[in-house]
Design a protein around this ligand. Structure first.
Ligand code: ZN
Ligand code: ZN
Length: 356
């Protein structure tokens, strides 16, 4: 089990709730361990929790779930009412929280009708808990990144002129799957030439050419946890202009990674990256925030942006990913997955950062 039930009890107490109806898939998985969380919900009560899913998952839920399960039997027309009735019997009454960012208006109406209790919209309750990882979570992140590092090392020699972006992306994904990844952590980006100016450019039929930079953003999904890393590589010799972009981003990335430690303010790291790029006249081309927490979701707390209030704490897993994107010229992003440790940091992404 990745988390202790007692901490969820504290969470209800702190929020003044008698129960929490959990619908966000990451949180269904976090509390129960059930690996098909999109088809599950969890009711968290004082002293317990129940996983709600349906008869397709009878065997799987029994095998995976660390909490008791309620299995809804078809037909759905009557099963949902029975399921909500079962959930209602698990708490005495009072205040029941819902995840306001994840429950549909229709589902909220059904809860109101079935339960007749005060329903309290909540935001960020479990998100805040997820920012600091347990040892078991860190082990999964470390392994997900190791898989991505190895896949990158295998495929890197084949990133040459004449290859299509989508073939490189497919090779990376296959290499990760072969090493045990459950899936790619997201749609991989292989953005070459002027397409490098699109931070989330995906991978297309475009053919790589000599003298271009290629941005590769990749990660593996393992046991629900995501790794996330970006490398930018040269195909042959690149122009002085592209090299200047690369060197500036690498300088900013190195400086920000070096500054990761407990107590560091996330906003200060973002400002540091921007100030280095500013010195190179490139701050105007850095069109996103410096990084993000990563775990059960690819983007989660903390937020590394100029307006973030977050302060780094040991056990946080974050990305540092400055980039510059120059329309019709190209782009560079370099991203590492970094663990905040008790006295500094550990860079989990080990793939080589080449000089171009
Ligand atoms: Zn990334
Ligand atoms: Zn990222």
């Amino acid at each position: 089990m990745l988390r202790l039930m007692s901490q969820f009890d504290d969470l209800l107490t702190a929020a003044g709730l008698d129960a929490l109806w959990i619908t966000r898939p990451e949180h269904v998985r976090l509390v129960s361990g059930f690996s098909s969380p999109r088809d599950g919900r969890v009711l968290l009560t004082r002293g317990g929790a129940t996983l709600y899913t349906d008869a397709r998952y009878t065997v799987q839920a029994a095998e995976e779930s660390s909490i008791p399960q309620y299995i809804a039997q078809p037909p759905r027309a009557t099963s949902e009412a029975k399921l909500l009735q079962h959930a209602r019997e698990q708490f005495a009454g009072g205040r029941v929280g819902i995840e306001a960012d994840h429950l549909s208006v229709t589902a909220l109406g059904a809860l109101r009708e079935a339960w007749g209790v005060e329903i309290v919209p909540t935001r960020g309750l479990l998100e805040a808990r997820r920012a600091v990882k347990t040892d078991a979570e860190i082990a999964l992140l470390r392994e997900a990144q190791r898989i991505a590092d190895e896949a990158y090392a295998e495929v890197r020699p084949t990133i040459t002129a004449g290859r299509r972006e989508r073939d490189v992306a497919l090779d990376l994904e296959i290499a990760m799957r072969r090493r045990g990844a459950d899936a790619a952590a997201f749609d991989l980006t292989v953005a070459s030439g002027e397409r490098g100016a699109m931070p989330h450019g995906g991978a297309t039929d475009r053919v790589l050419r000599e003298g271009e930079l290629v941005t590769i953003d990749m990660g593996a999904l393992l046991g629900g946890y995501h790794s996330d890393m970006t490398r930018t590589v040269a195909v042959g010799e690149v122009s002085d202009e592209l090299r200047r972009l690369y060197d500036a981003v690498l300088e900013a990335e190195d400086a920000c990674v070096a500054a990761v430690k407990p107590g560091a303010r996330a906003a200060d790291l973002d400002v540091l990256a921007r100030s280095i790029l500013e010195r190179h006249g490139l701050a105007g081309y850095f069109s996103h925030s410096l990084g993000h927490g990563v775990g059960l979701a690819i983007h989660e707390a903390p937020t590394l942006s100029g307006s973030s209030e977050d302060v780094l704490r040991p056990g946080m897993a974050i990305t540092i990913e400055p980039g510059v994107y120059v329309p019709s010229v190209g782009g560079v992003r370099i991203e590492d997955l970094v663990l905040v440790t008790g006295d500094g940091h550990e860079v989990l992404s080990r793939a080589e950062k080449e000089r171009v």
